[in-house]
Design a protein around this ligand. Structure first.
Ligand code: GRF
Length: 185
């Protein structure tokens, strides 16, 4: 099974997938790792691991539809079975979703439908929930609104900050993503 992983930031969830493959506990191949911006550590660490990488720079396109089309062309060129958005901070257009029906997965650091969007951890903490968690779902053209595949709960601690809570959620998120990929492969 071939996957393309899309990242924007540090790519620690991606690193967990790379490590699981290297450890022989996940039987799939990462055809490429891509980002929407230059300087993503997720892309740097992937290149260091010998993986194909690419950047379709969101800021390089005057029209969003042109960026969407360029991203779809690039990702499609790797012929992936699945595309994994892990810390990818862009919402792709409907053509991308249609090109990969139930084959574009996203991870989110909250128990959807609660706390969607770019600040799910901050919003959960601010609301005062005692339990939050993470979600893996089939992405659709909305913001964190696709069909849910799996979820895992994470307790919120009294002295949690956004950072400490997010790091603990990411531990669960990595395990959940690897579990889902193992079931799909
Ligand atoms: C993850 O929690 C992801 O769900 C969210 O941002 C975080 C990215 O972390 N969108 P990393 O880039 O994998 O370290």
């Amino acid at each position: 099974m071939r996957i393309v992983v899309l990242v924007s930031g540090t790519g620690s969830n991606l690193q967990a997938v790379i490590d699981a493959i290297a450890a022989g506990s996940l039987d799939l191949s990462i055809a490429a790792v891509g980002a929407d911006r230059h300087g993503s550590y997720g892309v740097e660490r992937s290149a260091a691991a010998g993986l194909d990488t690419f950047v379709v720079d969101f800021k390089a396109y005057a029209e969003r539809a042109d960026w969407d089309a360029a991203l779809l062309d690039k990702v499609s060129s790797y012929r992936p079975d699945y595309v994994i958005s892990s810390g990818f901070m862009r919402i792709v257009g409907p053509q991308f979703i249609e090109a990969f029906p139930r084959r574009y997965l996203n991870t989110h650091p909250a128990l959807l439908p609660s706390f969607p969007g770019a600040h799910g951890v901050r919003d959960a903490l601010a609301y005062g929930v005692k339990i939050t968690g993470c979600t893996v779902m089939y992405a659709d053209a909305g913001v964190d609104t696709g069909p849910i595949i799996a979820q895992r709960a994470v307790e919120v601690l009294a002295d949690d900050t956004e950072e400490s809570l997010h790091e603990r959620i990411k531990v669960a998120e990595r395990e959940l993503l690897i579990q889902v990929l193992r079931e799909l492969s």
